[in-house]
Write a protein that binds this ligand. Structure first.
Ligand SMILES: C[S@@+](CC[C@H](N)C(=O)[O-])C[C@H]1O[C@@H](n2cnc3c(N)ncnc32)[C@H](O)[C@@H]1O
Length: 148
């Protein structure tokens, strides 16, 4: 395989996990900054043209994993690969953020849901061509319907 290497770190307003909005309907509109290490800054050329980005990052303050568990938004257990749990065999997070502006190696973004200082593994332009009517939300849709 390969040894993952941080390309930078994320500045967010969240010092502890309890401060991050959770649960059904949680809004992630907090702003943060993706700060790339100087040796990776050249890789941001032309990123400004994209409104949204995928950010791949490390759950660096999570230990171990559960293959099956009940997420905070449901009392039913689900497989880890059917959830966004931080306790995963490979502790990799994925967040879509809105790109507000770039200043050299810093991307100012909206929509962060990770702790301050979280390591960044990769950044890619967000593109989705899946029509809304083709998307299924599995157990989450059922949990949302029950809460209504
Ligand atoms: C449910 S996960 C979803 C993260 C991402 N959007 C995803 O789908 O991979 C978000 C939670 O991960 C936890 N978290 C955030 N940053 C973390 C970090 N650096 N290390 C460990 N846990 C973290 C917090 O409890 C936060 O509410």
């Amino acid at each position: 395989m390969f040894t993952p290497q941080a390309i930078g770190f994320i500045r967010t307003p969240y010092k502890e996990t309890s401060a991050i909005p959770k649960g059904l309907g949680a809004k992630h509109d907090a702003e943060g900054v993706l700060e790339l290490l100087p040796e990776f800054e050249a890789g941001l050329k032309d990123v400004e043209g994209f409104s949204h980005l995928f950010v791949l990052w490390v759950f660096d303050r999570s230990e171990g994993f559960d293959l099956v568990g009940a997420p905070p938004v449901d009392d039913q257990p689900h497989g880890v690969f059917a959830t966004r749990s931080p306790r995963r065999p490979n502790p990799i997070g994925l967040t879509v953020v809105e790109l507000l502006r770039r200043e050299r190696g810093s991307l100012f973004v909206r929509g962060v849901d990770m702790l301050e200082g979280t390591p960044i593994l990769d950044i890619k332009p967000y593109m989705s061509s899946i029509p809304a009517e083709k998307l299924r939300r599995g157990w989450l849709a059922e949990a949302e319907a029950l809460r209504r």
